[in-house]
Design a protein around this ligand. Structure first.
Ligand code: PMP
Length: 432
């Protein structure tokens, strides 16, 4: 099918064919491989990405929601350049990583100690190992629709159908070690947990890739109590919400203190990163001098705490501390949410907007949303048409079947207005 997109991106189409010879599906992450082919990026700056055909897009993809300041924020670039002149990565310890850990702890006091990794996936892997080491229990609770990365131990019950493995290669052992729990349903969670002796339960306080669905405050508070009653460690996956829902992340926003927290994205300033941190008595089990054998929980990694990531992440948090970033992105988020909702209502259109602060998702259904099960009943074909409509008009939003975003400091009101206007055009023609 000839679309505006395919007419304006012949070089990307050719690059896709070339890429597909050496990289499966022509992409390094399936999520980036939209139909009929993705564009390939030449450069990015602020809120814009420019593809190899010279097309400019307003970037609502935002480096998988990690670019809270937009692309190439001058203070971040400066910090990375300065660091690059002194060494890219030492593979050894350095003062900056300690400073960065101290800065994170200043804002998230539950993270009494932490370790850095190269990705959120990796941080989750180590978090689970640590929880199992500490509790000497095996089974892990994870919530329906929550995304924790590609690690086998948590790569299950992500999207409907929830009882089918979303990938090959997952052993029955890995799946049996999981207890899948219902999001935003405390009583059912309590019932399912009974007698299960969980090592930990891990939750996204705002479900991200599953559709930007915030947890109810009472639900999270209830989980804290359930964990205390049963000696289960409560782990918050704040890879998205950390430093996005304010400096204190979701734990501060909700007023619930987890035992462990997994971070990523923003704390690396857009470069590859992850971190696992939390209670000192738990984290100390990563100390190879203090604990041995079954009491010791290994963590490591060639790329851990690499100097470039730490420089970018530290500079980013300094900007978040000193400039009105949250005022800006939350205001734009509210504006976008209320305007899109207004349009959907006005046209009696079968869609709604979810989210909080700078995070939002568009769901092509009117059914009330409190968990991921609704995705099975959403109009995915309409979502894909919306995605393409926006792409044709120079707006890139993550992802075709479930458009969602995390806005950046670089976005302007005008850009949001344009996105809203294009959304109205789409809705108008879909309802006429
Ligand atoms: N947890 C959450 C909540 C995420 O959104 C992601 C990434 N989208 C991850 C973990 C995995 O992080 P990474 O992609 O860095 O491995």
């Amino acid at each position: 099918m000839i679309t505006i997109y395919s007419t304006k991106s012949p070089k990307s189409e050719a690059m896709f064919r070339r890429a597909s010879e050496v990289i499966p599906a022509g992409v390094s992450y399936g999520a980036r491989g939209w139909e009929p082919y993705p564009f390939y990026v030449a450069r990015a700056s602020g809120s814009k990405v420019i593809d190899i055909d010279g097309n400019e897009y307003t970037d609502f993809w935002c480096v998988h929601l990690s670019a809270i300041l937009g692309h190439c924020y001058p203070k971040v670039v400066e910090a990375v350049k300065k660091q690059a002149g002194m060494g890219l990565h030492y593979g050894l310890e350095h003062e900056q990583e300690i400073e960065h850990a101290e800065l994170i702890r200043k804002h998230m006091s539950s993270m009494e100690m932490m370790r850095f990794t190269s990705s959120g996936t990796e941080a989750n892997m180590y978090a689970l190992r640590l929880a199992r080491t500490y509790t000497k229990r095996t089974t892990v609770g994870k919530f329906e629709g929550n995304w924790h990365g590609g690690y086998d131990g948590l790569h299950y019950a992500i999207k409907p159908p929830l009882d089918k493995p979303p990938s090959g290669g997952l052993t029955p052992g890995v799946i049996n070690d999981l207890l899948v729990l219902p999001y935003n349903d405390l009583e059912e969670t309590r019932r399912k947990m009974r007698g299960k002796n969980l090592a930990c339960m891990e939750i996204e306080p705002v479900m991200g890739a599953g559709g930007i669905v915030p947890a109810d405050r009472e639900f999270l508070r209830g989980l804290r109590e359930l964990c205390d009653e049963t000696g289960t460690l409560l782990i918050f996956d704040e890879v998205i919400t950390g430093f996005r829902l304010g400096l204190g992340g979701a734990q501060s926003y909700y007023g619930v203190r987890p035992d462990l927290t997994v971070l990523g994205k923003i704390i690396g300033g857009g470069l590859p990163v992850g971190a696992v941190g939390g209670r000192r008595d738990v984290m100390e089990h990563m100390d190879h001098k203090k604990y041995r054998g079954e009491d010791y929980s290994f963590h490591g990694g060639t790329g851990s705490a690499n100097a470039l990531t730490i420089a970018a992440g530290h500079a980013t948090i300094k900007v978040l501390e000193s400039e009105p970033v949250y005022d800006h992105i939350d205001r734009l988020g509210n504006y976008m949410r209320s305007n899109l909702s207004g349009i959907f209502d006005r046209y009696k259109y079968n869609a709604q907007v979810t989210g909080v602060g700078s995070m939002l998702a568009i769901h092509f259904t009117r059914e009330p949303i409190k968990d991921v099960n609704v995705l099975a009943r959403e109009n995915k074909e309409e979502a894909k048409r919306f995605f393409t409509h926006q792409l044709d008009r120079g707006n890139l939003i993550l992802s075709p079947e479930l458009p969602h975003t995390g806005l950046s400091y670089a976005h302007t009101e005008k850009e949001i207005e344009r996105f809203v206007k294009e959304s109205e055009e789409f809705v108008k023609s879909a309802t006429s």
